[in-house]
Structures are given as C-alpha cells and as structure tokens.
Design a protein around this ligand. Structure first.
Ligand code: G6Q
Length: 548
C-alpha cells in the first residue's frame, strides 16, 4: 500500500519547494494583484458558500496539492469507502456512515450484503417511534405523555446528538425537552434527574457496544430512580436502547423490542445518522431528521462526484495539509457565529482528533510526519473576547474556519447585522493585518504625540497573513446542518488518506479505560494489586484519606 514513509510522493517534494517560494508571500499582495481572487476561490453548493480565498496559496500551490491527492489515489479511496471496502483495516470493517444517508436507490454492500434494506427498516422504526412519542401514542407507564427525553451516552453516542439537538433547537416540538447525561461524574446524572418527572421521562440508552462503563453506570442509576418511583413494570415504557449488542441490552434489563439497531460498519463518531439520532428525530420530528440526512447526502454526492479543484471537502483538507505538513502549523480553530452551533467545536474535536490523532500508518509503520492537528473553537463573538488575542497577535499562526448563517433564527433588532459584521471583520483583520507604519499613521491621525506613537506603534501592529475559510449559509436548518457535518467528515477522511492512516479506529482511548478498571478496586477497598508509579500511588492514598 502507498505510504508517505521514506518514499515521499513526488508532489510532496514539489510542495516542499513550493513552500520555500511561498512562505513569505503576503495574502494582501495576492488580493492586490488579482481582483478576481475571491471569485476564483469560492465554491457554492445549494445554500452553502465556501470562501477559501483568504488562504496562503496560489494556483501553483493548489495544483501541487491536488497532484498530491491524486498520487495518494484519493479518487480510488473515496470509491472504496462508498463501495463498502473494509478501509478500517485494524478492525477489518467497512465504513458506511454514508449508507445511513444514502437517499438514492444505489445499493451499498458490506461483506457482499446490501446494507440498505436494514438501514431503511431501522429508519422506519425511528419514524414510527418518534411520531408515537411526539403525538402521544407511546406514553409513559401512568398514561402521561413523554415530554422529557434523556439521552444517556458518551463520546460518539453523545456529542453528535447533543450538538445537532442544540443546533436545531428552534425546530423542537413545543412540549418536548431534551437532556443529555454523559459524564460518569454523578453530578451529570443528578442534575438531570432533579429536573425531570419519572412519569413523563423517556430514557434513551445510547451505546454501540453496550459495555461502556459511564453509560451503563448512568443508565443503572436512572433505571433505579425510575423503578423506585414507578416500579419495575414501568421500565418498558420509559427505557429504550440504541445499540449493536442485543445480548447486552437484554442483560441490562431493557426489552429487546425497545431496541433500535445499528451495525459495526457505523463508527461511534459517525453515528448520529443512525439510530443514535433517535433523540434528534423525537425533538425535531422525523421529517426534519430526514432533511438532515438529505443535506449530508447532498454533500456525499458532491464529494463523490466532483473534480478535486471544485470539491469542498477536498480543498479544505488539502489546505489543512499545506499548513500542517509544510508550514508546520499543527492546529486550527473553528468558530461558529451562531449560538445554536455552540457545541459544534466539541463535536468536531472528536471527529478530527479521534480520527486522525494517529502515529502508525496503514503499512504498520510509525509515521515520520505530522498527522492530525489540534482543533479548538467556540461561538463567536464570545471567543473574540478571549483567545482571539493570540490569533491576531500571538506568535502562532492558527488557520481558522468561520461559520456564519446570513439569516438568524432570532432576528432581534440589529443583533444579527452586528454579529455578521464581526465575523467579516475578523477574517479581514487576520488576513490584512496592520503594519507598524500603518499603526503609526493611525496613531498620528488620532492626535498622539511622537513619543506616544513610538511607544505604542508596535503594540498596535498586527502581522496579518493569517488564513481563514468562511463557510456562509443562508440559514442553519436541518438540511444545511447535514451538509456542514458531512463536509467536515469528508475533510477528515481526505486528510487520513493523504497521511495514510486509519481514521476509523480509536485505540488511543483504550489504555486509560483499562487502567481505570485496575485502579477502581484499589480506591474501593484496601487492595493494591497493581504496581503504580509513586505519583499515582500517593494520589490514591491521598484520595482515600480525604474520603475517610
Ligand atoms: C467514537 C468512539 C467513542 C465511542 C464511545 C461510546 O468513535 O468510538 O467515542 O462512541 O466510547 O461508545 P459506546 O457507544 O459503545 O458506548
């Protein structure tokens, strides 16, 4: 298999040379020298508009980046994913979240079996159950409507549903409230249980494996709370499970008829499109859940069929590679200028960092180049008043994605105009910067003395030349949200292909889990079964002292 190992692709070597040519080029000059730059480097798909012109590249750089993608056989690899080839090599699995939102009649195969019929079957079940809950046909044990929906899950079984539910809050049924319990910290559970009433609460236990300690512990606590209030017979009316593991669901004490199935070809962090999205469908209605799938499908088709130089996920991925591997900038920020998208950065953090935070390639060799970047972010304008200082004047360049809808769901006064003026100003300021000379002129205009100008002009200068993408939507709705999430999924996929890593396993989260299981009995009793380092030992002892 092809790898970046010691035999770097030809395009990689060319890009190393390109970097030397390009590293000091200023974006403000690129814009000055080419009136059509913005026009050239924007892409539109339905009501989504990507402006990537404020990036440090020119035509030649892009040509070489695309040559790199071609040399890494990206087209073939995309086809492999859509064809159900077992591209998750360490777990020997197909990767078919794209099948969950396949709106065409095209069959999709895994292990020579068309997976579409089973996917459609579960979608039907999601529709009928969410309709039944929303319209009061499936009610609680005492006959009351279920209006409090609690999702118990962690990681991929939490971050997608919580992010989408919050993003689509405006679409929630008026009488439905959604809650999420994920952390093992009892506080997470207690805070939700303090707010809800057992008679009107539906618990959705979301766990692909149904063995995750956090989810099972939280689910047990909630089950006990319900049984204490309404008795054992009430469980069937208040608990459903989303899982691939029927045996464990039954063992836990949830009626298998109340189980919504998904499959091993759906990775946790790619699962919101599956039964894991049940809470979304209950909150916003199945029709809107379907629109979310349609949005993702539209992006899938764009990704699958569009030439690389017009392909949104490919372009964003290649620019990310350009910064990560040639500028040595292993970080990026995603700032959503929409309060309802406040959980998007946390969701993308898992998507990107769990997928591409790897250091062994698909040839079973340790990599000798940087892979997945560190991703952080938040909601604008809030973050402008915190870490944006570093983005503007720190010593580190942080490529940034700005996400903004042109129309808000809450058009109050001129709030949205102010919000939009801010996002545009940030992108422009990061790119354009302000030279020391410009800062001095500005201070002069403001009537400062020569001494004052000398004292302040450097502090008031901005290096600029800091890249950003702007992803502009008409409005954030289920369809556009589906497109947005799929855009990032495919961006991460492309980067994984170029780095020749498996973006679909997560062995890095296993070690800590195993060690916690060893430490638990030591905290609970007097046993000291495992040899620890002296720091861990002293912490165990101190915790026990505090708890005495
Ligand atoms: C995601 C990861 C991980 C997983 C959680 C929950 O891709 O695999 O975040 O989703 O560990 O796992 P379960 O759904 O099996 O409880």
């Amino acid at each position: 298999m092809f790898g970046l190992g010691d035999n770097k692709p030809k395009a990689w070597k060319k890009l190393e040379t390109e970097y030397k040519r390009f590293k000091n080029v200023q974006m403000r000059d690129l814009f000055k020298n080419d009136e059509k730059r913005a026009q050239k480097y924007t892409l539109k798909l339905k009501d989504m508009f990507l402006d990537y012109s404020k990036n440090r590249f020119d035509e030649k750089v892009m040509e070489n980046l695309i040559a790199l993608a071609e040399e890494c056989k990206l087209e073939e690899k995309i086809k492999d994913m859509f064809d159900g080839v077992k591209i998750n090599n360490t777990e020997n699995r197909s990767v078919l979240h794209i099948a969950l939102r396949n709106r065409s009649k095209r069959p999709i195969f895994s292990d020579e079996k068309n997976v579409m019929p089973q996917i459609k079957e579960v979608l039907k079940k999601i529709k009928s159950f969410s309709d039944a809950v929303r319209f009061g046909d499936f009610v609680g044990y005492t006959g009351k409507k279920l209006t409090n929906i609690v999702n118990i899950g962690i990681g991929g079984s939490d971050l997608g549903p919580v992010m989408v539910c919050e993003a689509l809050r405006k679409y929630w049924a008026k009488d439905i409230n959604c809650y999420f319990i994920s952390n093992i910290d009892g506080t997470a559970c207690a805070e939700v249980l303090n707010k809800v009433d057992p008679e009107t609460t539906l618990f959705i236990v979301a766990s692909k494996t149904f063995t995750t300690i956090e989810t099972l512990t939280n689910a047990k606590t909630c089950r006990k709370w319900l049984v204490n209030a309404l008795g054992e017979h009430a469980v069937d009316k208040h608990f459903v499970a989303l899982s691939t593991n029927k045996a464990e669901v039954e063992k836990f004490g949830i009626n298998p008829e109340n189980m919504f199935e998904f499959w091993s070809f759906v990775g946790g962090r790619y699962s919101l499109w599956s039964a894991i999205g049940l809470i979304i469908s209950i909150a916003v209605g199945y029709e809107n859940f379907e629109k979310l799938l349609e949005g993702a499908y539209t992006m899938d088709e764009h990704f699958r069929t569009t030439e690389f130089d017009k392909n949104m996920p490919v372009i964003m991925a290649l620019l990310g590679i350009w910064y990560n591997n040639f500028f040595d900038v292993n970080r990026y920020a995603v700032i959503a200028y929409d309060q309802y998208l406040q959980y998007l950065p946390a969701y993308l953090q898992q998507l990107d960092m769990e997928s591409n935070g790897k250091s062994v390639d698909k040839n079973n060799e340790f990599v000798k180049y940087a892979t997945g970047p560190v991703l952080f972010g938040g909601a604008g304008t809030n973050v402008q008043h915190s870490f944006f200082q570093l983005l503007h004047q720190g010593t580190k360049m942080v490529p940034t994605d700005f996400i903004i809808p042109a129309i808000s769901h809450n058009e109050l006064g001129n709030h949205h105009q102010i919000l939009m003026s801010n996002v545009l100003a940030q992108g422009e300021a990061l790119m354009w910067g302000k030279t020391v000379k410009e800062a001095a002129e500005e201070l002069k205009k403001a009537g400062k003395t020569t001494a004052e100008i000398e004292a302040l002009k450097k502090y008031k200068s901005f290096a600029g030349n800091r890249p950003s993408n702007t992803i502009l939507f008409k409005k954030i709705d289920p369809f556009s949200l589906g497109m947005l999430i799929a855009l990032y999924e495919h961006k991460v996929f492309v980067q994984g292909i170029i780095w020749n890593i498996n973006s679909f396993d997560q062995m890095g989260v296993e070690l800590g889990k195993q060690m916690a299981l060893n430490i638990l009995p030591e905290l609970e009793g007097n046993a000291f079964g495992v040899t620890h380092d002296s720091s861990t030992l002293s912490l165990i002892k101190q915790i026990k002292k505090f708890r005495k």
